[in-house]
Design a protein around this ligand. Structure first.
Ligand SMILES: *Cc1c(COP(=O)(O)O)cnc(C)c1O
Length: 379
């Protein structure tokens, strides 16, 4: 008889009924067990509403989904292992061979890759278009267009698309609209309220907020999310780990506090940058001097900490030297965490080398202005 084997494999642990923890419990479990065969039968028949296996549902993951759906004003949300998985699933669940997609040309790189290079293998065609131009979008629509994929503000130039007008145009042609709302977060923009069908986010940015987790989410009607659950989530398995979800849940607790600070600091930096002699153009739609401000402020209640600028200099070596001069803006690809970051397209093969993208973190904005002042002097 092996007593130790029984002790380590059998649980006497029961969840206490009276105590309520202040943080959401981490259900780090791959499966859930049933009291009898009939319960198993029912679970198998309706996996969508059962705790059967964590590739489908998990209570910690659901706690995040409920919070994000409520923030977006949507019926339902599904959390994914990454923003890209959420984007891919939202797109894939709405197309089949022979269909066509219209995608904004300043969308996140991998959303463009999925829509064009990836889906070409399955005979789905895509047209990239400047989605700030309503007529250009209309001209790109074909009889077989099934998806209009948007990201407002756009990924590098942060230009704003007219979401209510684009939603109405798509609706009149029975086209599903998807908006990447990562920049504004559900705190400052709710595309569903403009008639958009599906909203996607990278939770790796502000929703997590601490640069310690990757995740993504799709929000829509219960019917559309149930469809994505059945056609993409369950079969392909872009499942978020419960601990990933737990970290996102913890990050969400302070979303409103962090965002208000990022917004305020970004405006302070915009004031400084907009009159700086090294800067040719500033891209931050919620800055009152921005050409997009009136449209931006009709769609968004605030802004985040990400801004772009075009330098006057075209000297790649000097631009590289300026970026290397930063002490507080660290060089990196992501954003949305507590820390300030700079992304320099000069490091890429095809990017516009005169652009810089800055993430304004939670440091003192005056420290960041000093840092910018020192770096831009190089140019
Ligand atoms: C980072 C990002 C994504 C991709 O999200 P991951 O979590 O990195 O997969 C998608 N859209 C935008 C706008 C992003 O910034």
């Amino acid at each position: 008889m092996n007593k130790a084997a029984d002790i380590v494999t059998h649980d006497r642990f029961e969840y206490p009924e009276l105590e309520k923890p202040t943080s959401v419990p981490l259900f780090q479990t791959s499966l859930f067990t049933f009291p009898d065969v009939e319960a198993l039968r029912q679970g198998l028949a309706d996996e969508r509403s059962t705790h059967l296996y964590s590739r489908g549902n998990n209570p910690t993951v659901e706690a995040v989904e409920e919070k994000i759906a409520a923030l977006e004003g949507g019926e339902c949300a599904k959390l994914f292992s990454s923003g890209v998985a959420a984007i891919a699933s939202a797109i894939l669940s709405n197309v089949r061979a022979g269909d066509h997609i219209v995608i904004a040309n300043d969308s996140y790189t991998w959303a463009q890759y999925i829509s064009t290079t990836y889906l070409e293998r399955f005979s789905v065609e895509a047209t990239r278009v400047d989605a700030t131009d309503l007529e250009a979008v209309e001209a790109a629509i074909k009889p077989n267009t099934k998806v209009l994929y948007l990201e407002s503000p756009g990924t590098l130039y942060l230009r704003v698309q007219n979401l209510p007008a684009l939603a109405a145009l798509a609706k009149s042609r029975s086209i599903t609209t998807i908006v990447d709302n990562t920049w504004a977060t559900p705190l400052y923009q709710n595309p569903l309220s403009f008639g958009i069908d599906l909203v996607v986010h990278s939770a790796s940015k502000y929703l997590g907020g601490h640069s310690d987790v990757i995740g993504g989410v799709v929000i829509g009607t219960r019917e559309s999310i149930d469809h994505i659950f059945r056609t993409e989530f369950l079969p392909i398995g872009h499942v978020p780990d419960p601990f990933q979800a737990w970290l996102i849940h913890r990050g969400l607790r302070t979303l409103h506090v962090r965002l208000a600070y990022h917004y305020d600091s970004a405006l302070t930096l915009c004031d400084f940058l907009s009159s700086h002699s090294a800067v040719e153009r500033l891209y931050y739609p919620m800055f009152p001097l921005s050409e997009d401000y009136s449209l931006a402020s009709s769609q968004m209640r605030g802004g985040s900490g990400l801004l772009s600028l075009r330098l006057k200099s075209r000297n790649r070596a000097k631009i590289e030297e300026a970026v290397n001069t930063f002490e507080h803006f660290r060089i990196g690809v992501s954003w949305g965490g507590y820390e300030s970051l700079v992304f320099a397209p000069v490091a890429t093969a095809h990017g516009d080398p005169s652009m810089l993208r800055l993430h304004v973190g939670l440091e003192d904005p005056l420290t960041l202005i000093d840092d910018l002042d020192r770096a831009l002097v190089v140019l």
